[in-house]
Design a protein around this ligand. Structure first.
Ligand SMILES: Nc1ncnc2c1ncn2[C@@H]1O[C@H](COP(=O)(O)OP(=O)(O)OP(=O)(O)O)[C@@H](O)[C@H]1O
Ligand SMILES: [Mg+2]
Length: 250
């Protein structure tokens, strides 16, 4: 098997399709999607509400299974792996930030952020120390002992981001990571993602409607009704196209 360190291609999606429901109520949500997510890049996925973005990233993260198509993540063919092997692979190599944060309400911020490390067998004291470092990086040094219900939406979002980065995964997948953040904190978080992608040669895949952050992308893929409609490579000479700045929720 290819080791995660040995391939530039973080995720290779080819002809992925997915439907929900059955009979007359069957809804085809993804229609033969092709997408490449590379190391060293920030890839953004944009498109109207309901077009299939969360469904696609859940398949890439291995939490949802496609009906058809090919998917490799760091050279691993997820279709050929057992559920236990996918879970183990995901817990080490993928950091996932959910659209709804999914923090554990009974745990403090530092305990929530420690969870991915504890799953990997890191001792509690060491895990908490590392969790505090990452919480500090997202501007929450004074909130270690707070529980999610004692935090604002933007603070909860930053705890979710810290939890996705704490174990230094090779692929970070984020569903709307800046939706609840003001400009200043959105900037802090995007700087952190840039550091992870470009400084550490990891891959960052971000679903977003937030056109304030488009200029941080290397590549923007726009989806429409279950298909990838356009892919734009963004650099100093090729800024994000104007029409993408008007991508909005329906
Ligand atoms: N488990 C499910 N069962 C049935 N339908 C589903 C399920 N999950 C998603 N869908 C449907 O699939 C479509 C795509 O949903 P998805 O969550 O991927 O959209 P999205 O692009 O992430 O939207 P948003 O921007 O609002 O988050 C929607 O029509 C949704 O109702
Ligand atoms: Mg979504």
């Amino acid at each position: 098997m290819t080791s995660p360190e040995s391939t530039q291609l973080a995720a290779h999606v080819k002809g992925i399709s997915k439907s929900f429901g059955d009979g007359g109520s069957r809804l085809q949500v993804l229609k033969e999607i092709d997408l490449e997510v590379r190391r060293g890049d920030i890839t953004m996925l944009v498109g109207p509400s309901g077009c299939g973005k969360t469904t696609l990233i859940s398949i890439i993260a291995g939490t949802l299974v496609a009906d058809a198509g090919e998917l490799t993540v760091f050279g691993h063919d997820l279709r050929k792996m057992s559920t236990a092997a996918i879970t183990r692979f995901r817990s080490r190599q993928i950091g996932f930030i959910f659209q709804s944060f999914n923090l554990i309400p009974t745990l403090t911020c530092a305990e929530n952020v420690s969870v991915p490390l504890l799953i990997q067998g890191v001792g509690a004291a060491k895990a908490e120390k590392r969790a505090r470092e990452v919480l500090d990086q997202v501007g929450l040094a004074d909130r270690f002992k707070h529980r999610p219900s004692q935090l604002s939406g933007g603070q909860q979002q930053r705890v979710a981001i810290a939890r996705a980065l704490v174990h230094e995964p090779q692929l970070i997948i984020c569903d709307e990571p800046t939706a609840a953040l003001d400009a200043k904190n959105g900037h802090v978080v995007m700087e952190l993602f840039e550091h992870v992608a470009r400084g550490k040669d990891r891959a960052v895949l971000i679903v977003t409607h937030d056109n304030r952050i488009f200029h941080h992308a290397n590549r923007i893929a726009s989806m429409d009704d279950g298909r990838v409609a356009e892919v734009h490579d963004v650099d100093a000479n090729h800024p994000p196209p104007e029409h993408l700045k008007h991508v909005e929720r329906l």
